[in-house]
Design a protein. Structure first.
Length: 154
């Protein structure tokens, strides 16, 4: 499986790629030298819109478009997604999500979620919960529109 690093110019694409299950880091540092060091040490593919930065690392992909949808399509065309990995990573921090029972959730805050779902996803790093609520179908529709022209079978 490929692992990526998205620089600060492609953050929105990074979030959408995470929703599709791509392992894609987002740097804390804005310093190119720090980002390159991490890419090299972890053998990451760098995604960037900075042409000079792109030229400094042989495992980088230059993202010509400013549109996040086009950026996602470009990555999907080179590295087709596996639909079984959709919604398996935290879109905020990239950590793999855990499946948890809703039985132990706070009833005051999550009563509707507990009524509708027995199991949901949880990020142990961000402490965020994810479930297939009303936004899920909209996100999935957008994902499918981003990949349909590139993979031909989704």
């Amino acid at each position: 499986m490929y692992k990526f690093m998205a620089d600060h110019m492609v953050k929105r694409a990074c979030e959408w790629l995470r929703l599709m299950g791509y392992d894609i880091s987002y740097p804390e540092s804005h310093d190119d030298t720090d980002i390159l060091a991490e890419c090299k040490s972890k053998n990451l593919i760098l995604l960037t819109r900075d042409i000079e930065f792109y030229k400094r690392y042989n495992r980088s992909i230059y993202m010509d478009s400013t549109d996040f949808r086009q950026q996602v399509r470009e990555i999907v065309s080179m590295f087709p997604p596996d639909k079984h990995n959709f919604f398996t990573r935290c879109p905020v921090c990239n950590n793999p999500l855990d499946e948890i029972s809703t039985a132990n959730m706070d009833s005051n805050k999550f009563s509707l979620v507990k009524k509708r779902f027995k199991v949901i996803n949880y990020c142990p790093v961000c402490k965020k919960f994810y479930w297939k609520g009303t936004h899920y179908s909209k996100i999935l529709k957008e994902i499918n529109s981003l990949i349909k022209n590139n993979t031909g079978n989704m």
